[in-house]
Design a protein around this ligand. Sequence first.
Ligand SMILES: *Cc1c(COP(=O)(O)O)cnc(C)c1O
Ligand code: SF4
Length: 342
Amino acid sequence: MIPHHTLSGQPTEQMPDWQTELANAVTDITELATLLDLDPATLDPSAAAQAQFPLRVPHAFIARMRKGDPNDPLLLQVLPTDREMLPTPGYSNDPLEEADANPIPGLIHKYQGRVLLVVSPACAIHCRYCFRRHFAYADNTPGRERWQQALAYIAADTSIREVIYSGGDPLAANDQKLLWLTEQIAAIPHIKRLRVHTRLPVVIPARINKACLHWLTATRLQAVVVLHINHGNEIDSALAQAVAAIRAHGIIVFNQSVLLRDINDCPNILQSLNEGLFDIGVIPYYLHRLDKVAGAADFDISDTEMHAIYRQLLTLDSGYLTPKLVVEIPGHGSKTPLTPAD
Ligand SMILES: *Cc1c(COP(=O)(O)O)cnc(C)c1O
Ligand code: SF4
């Protein structure tokens, strides 16, 4: 439990520079093992999985892992394994068929009223279950001139009310670029809201600095931040301070999680995550069923188990603390809520 009275709502001055933390992220499995007091031989150092999607995890996130525990729920989210490389029927490189909803480089328009911009191809952390691990980022990371095309698309479609910064992780982009882009979007009269989908403040809380809070609040756009946290152990006091700083500017902060085998596939773990989120001022929004992306089959659980877990979760806590269980089905006009049959 974070004592709220110690949260000033302002980033503290002694926070390390987030870009240094980003650059110092651990990419070597032996180094990771050493930091966690684990025998590197007990980890499965899959060269093939690493070649496809390298290990990447910042020190601030490693600090929240339990030492000496090869099954730590934070470690399991980032550890490459040989099993990822086994082809699994039903799993593909583009499970959401986003290639079809990609009219302009860097822009995905699948749902009415909102468009998603791939603001940065990079992530601070590489989550093994990520549905974007095979995404054609090279074709989807426009420079400033090419952003004009995406901005013209948004300006031409008055049905769009919300722009979502996504990635990769949009907060891996620098604040100067984000300020420029946000100002361009704010100049389009029919856009009301700016939503930022990010995991970066979770894994490097120092990312929420003055420059970031500036562009989030500098325009007339109403900002919304959606974090990505899967387990209560990801919540620490530095994250609590970052969230408090965002909320001090009147910005609502939501969270989305992915239901992951051996990480959070348990009603009590999910309940304590949701309590921990609300303790620091974050509202649980979505609990996603895993997208069937090649390499992520290890994290999957059966529909029967999923419904049993969610049915139990519904009985454990307040309705507003319980995220909506959803799945993304290609061709559907929204995320699809999954309601367990009684
Ligand atoms: C999830 C998603 C959104 C936002 O959906 P909400 O239900 O409004 O959170 C928008 N565009 C794409 C492509 C998405 O995947
Ligand atoms: S897009 Fe999100 S889930 Fe995927 S690797 Fe990046 S931070 Fe992790």
